[in-house]
Design a binder for this molecule. Structure first.
Ligand code: GLU
Length: 308
């Protein structure tokens, strides 16, 4: 492909430029634990499919990955039940905020896609029905695909979100009223809040997402996570639905499949080339990391590595 070689220098060049341009936005306020994060943290990590690894700033500091984990839960559910998933959740961008209730009434409890909160709750429900010990099996799945036993839930973040989770509680019960949640709503919500509370660094995220970038990826145990057909579909959903109602903008400016979280993290995948994770806690008005978006836009511009 026509691009400059990925290097430490390029990552640093982009990092310095974004620092110079200054930060804007606000750290997520609606989850008390997240509002206490140092707003000036900023790091990025790049891992290529060739195994080259480059990091800048706070790339080894763990943070709350929040909705980025929705890609892990979707991938595990897809591995477990295959295309039956699409009977319970759609694949269309919602064009609405991540926690919106608006479309569910008209869509009779079938969420538009698995990366908005409503869709992620249906995926949690599928995992609860198909795993023996959902919370343990799910964290073990992430540990296995990233060969890293040090990945964990944050009980304090899960508890904090639950204490103010009015909208998510409403969403889950609303979907259940249409029959699209099989398990107890409280159990689904508890799993959902835990899933969102997982803490990882940028470096850990790039390793964990390699199964979507590298077609030959195998775990240490020599297992394939998803076949090419399935990882193509997950990348397509990230491309069209990964940034709430800013997904079109991200596609337009960055040109990569990706997923953001309200903890300020963004993970982007360039199939067959690299995984790139950025973390900066201040969010723009759509709930995506302000500097994270800028960083990725600049990176794909200087390396000419948008997928388009
Ligand atoms: N736990 C967050 C919520 O449900 C996740 C939101 C996000 O990162 O998009 O509100």
């Amino acid at each position: 492909m026509k691009n400059k070689l990925y290097s430490q220098e390029i990552l640093e060049e982009v990092y310095q430029l974004i620092i110079k341009e200054g930060d804007q936005g606000e750290v997520a306020q609606y989850i008390p634990e997240l509002s206490r994060v140092n707003p000036d943290k900023f790091g990025a990590h790049l891992l290529t499919t060739q195994g080259e690894s480059f990091g800048v700033g706070d790339c080894q500091t763990k943070f709350s990955i929040q909705s980025i984990s929705k890609v892990f839960s979707l991938s595990l559910a897809y591995q477990l039940i295959g295309d039956k998933i699409w009977e319970r959740v759609g694949v269309e961008p919602s064009g609405n905020p991540f926690n919106s209730l608006l479309q569910l009434e008209a869509d009779e409890g079938i969420p538009r896609n698995p990366l908005i909160n409503a869709g992620a709750m249906v995926i949690c429900d599928i995992l609860i029905s198909n795993l023996k010990e959902p919370a343990t099996d799910f964290i073990n799945f992430i540990r296995e695909i990233s060969a890293n036993k040090a990945i964990n839930y944050s009980e304090s973040v899960a508890r904090s979100e639950k204490s103010v989770g009015y909208r998510n509680i409403a969403l889950c019960n609303f979907i259940k009223s249409f029959g699209n949640i099989e398990n107890d709503a409280n159990e689904v919500l508890d799993f959902y809040f835990h899933m969102c509370s997982i803490e990882m660094s940028c470096e850990e995220l790039t390793k964990a997402f390699m199964f979507l970038a590298h077609v030959e990826f195998r775990t240490k145990e020599n297992n394939r996570v998803l076949n090419r057909h399935k990882s193509k579909r997950i990348n397509a959903i990230m491309q069209t639905c990964g940034f709430y109602d800013e997904s079109g903008e991200f596609s337009f400016k960055v040109g990569l499949p990706g997923k953001s979280g309200v903890g300020g993290g963004i993970l982007a995948v360039h199939p067959d080339n690299y995984c790139l994770a950025v973390w900066s806690p201040k969010l723009n008005e759509k709930g995506n990391s302000y500097r994270g978006m800028k960083f990725l836009e600049q990176f794909t511009t200087v390396t000419e590595s948008s997928i388009f």
